[in-house]
Design a protein around this ligand. Structure first.
Ligand code: CMC
Length: 392
């Protein structure tokens, strides 16, 4: 009983006011703090976008230098935290290790953290954005049995991450600008997306007063599912399974069959009923990266054929199912040498900027209260307890 609005999946509930990200799903518009995603993708950098999300304004030179300097000073993982990894099974999924490791940050940075203090909140944001690539690279290297690399602070954000991922002692790592540029762009496009499942999770956990590391760790676990951030990994696996363009038709048929729970991964979105603007940018980048790296990936042919087939199929047209951000990102990650199991981890690195910006906004908003949805009870009426010996 109770007079609540029934809104399964929160399709029509605004859980909060927010000044961070704007989406117009019908027109395919995405803006961070009022700046169109296309302009940020072309002209900005991930770290600048992170500053923008956190502070509401683009930084001037001095502000940016200060922010970059702060980030650079927090890139190290506590040496004891490095030891944690030895406890994981050798083939643990990197997302499992990431979620656990980020949650464990609360065990290292707890005494001095007051969630009601603005400086403490900012420090937590800096720590998270700075440490995320270090932890992510450790997840990867542990999974392949390589020793961890310390962050090289003379490199900038994305190259520092690539160094921690791929450096081996025997030869200097070749830093290809096209690789860094592509990764930086993917980070920009994934940095925030208003009240998606993982961000809403961060806010719900944050609303209880939990510390930011615990809140972000919860966001990571929400991101992991294939309906959300896990889709990028699922897309690549699906494309590999389809294998060749001539099998695309069968896949489309299966996706339409209501007795088959197969879906076209990387297609459809709760909010976008038009092209996902991020997918447009990524698709263009995908062709460019493959060309510049001299990679000829037959999966790109499968993806293009699949997109073409779905976009002219009535089922997808009627339901307004378009390629989303995850459709082409996996092909780029693959070309950059990033293994499939790390795709969602990459998403998490980028989304950390958005998550923590929302967590901060929530704490800065007067009158924020605990998130506590209600339900429509559909269970049994009142009945009396029966002793076990009397039960049938
Ligand atoms: N393939 C086939 N049919 C689909 C698909 C798909 N990918 N997506 C939705 N539909 C159908 C669905 O079966 C339903 O049909 P009907 O009306 O006949 O029952 C209709 O379209 C509406 O779908 P829905 O599940 O009610 O829509 P939703 O808003 O609840 O779900 C979604 C959105 C993104 C979870 C869903 O489209 C999906 O599962 N897509 C595949 C996974 C994916 O790519 N996720 C990444 C989303 S973007 C990045 C991110 O969030 O991390």
């Amino acid at each position: 009983t109770g007079h609540f609005t029934y809104d399964p999946g929160f399709g029509s509930t605004a859980s909060t006011k927010s000044a961070i990200t704007y989406i117009d799903g019908d027109q395919g518009i995405l803006m961070y703090r009022g700046y169109p995603i296309e302009q940020l993708a072309e002209k900005s950098s991930f770290l600048e976008v992170a500053y923008l999300l956190l502070n509401g304004e683009l930084p001037n030179k001095e502000q940016f230098a200060g922010f970059e300097n702060d980030i650079t000073h927090h890139t190290m993982m506590h040496e004891s935290q490095r030891n944690f990894f030895q406890g994981f099974h050798h083939d643990a999924h990197p997302m499992a290790m990431l979620a656990a490791s980020v949650a464990s940050l609360s065990a290292f940075y707890h005494e001095d953290l007051d969630v009601d203090n603005a400086d403490d909140r900012k420090l937590a944001a800096i720590r998270l954005i700075a440490k995320m690539p270090t932890i992510a690279a450790a997840c990867y290297r542990y999974s392949i049995g390589w020793p961890f690399r310390y962050p090289r602070n003379n490199l900038e954000y994305v190259n520092r991450f690539l160094h921690m991922m791929f450096e081996v002692p025997s030869e200097p790592l070749e830093m290809k600008p096209v690789v860094a540029k592509a990764l930086d762009l993917l980070f920009i496009l994934h940095a925030d997306h208003e009240q998606n499942a993982s961000t809403s999770t961060v806010r719900l956990v944050g609303s209880t007063g939990a510390n930011p590391y615990a809140s972000i760790a919860a966001g990571i676990t929400a991101l992991w599912g294939p309906a959300h951030g896990g889709a990028n990994e699922a897309v690549l696996k699906m494309l590999e399974e389809i294998g060749t363009p001539d099998k695309v038709e069968t896949a489309v048929k299966r996706a339409k069959d209501k007795n088959d729970n197969f879906r076209l991964m990387g297609f459809g979105h709760r909010v976008y009923k038009n092209f996902d603007p991020r997918a447009k940018i990524i698709r263009e980048m995908c062709h460019k990266v493959l060309e510049e790296l001299g990679v000829n990936d037959p999966l790109l042919d499968v993806a293009m054929k699949l997109e073409e087939a779905a976009l002219k199929d009535d089922y997808f047209v009627e339901r307004k199912l378009y390629p989303n951000v995850d459709f082409y990102s996996g092909i780029i990650y693959k070309a950059l040498g990033i293994p499939t199991e790390m795709f969602t981890v990459m998403f998490a690195i980028a989304r950390t900027a958005g998550w923590i910006a929302h967590w901060i906004e929530q704490h800065e908003t007067p009158g924020s209260r605990i998130g506590r949805p209600r339900q429509l009870y559909v269970g049994s009426d009142t009945r009396n307890y029966v002793g076990m010996d009397k039960r049938k």
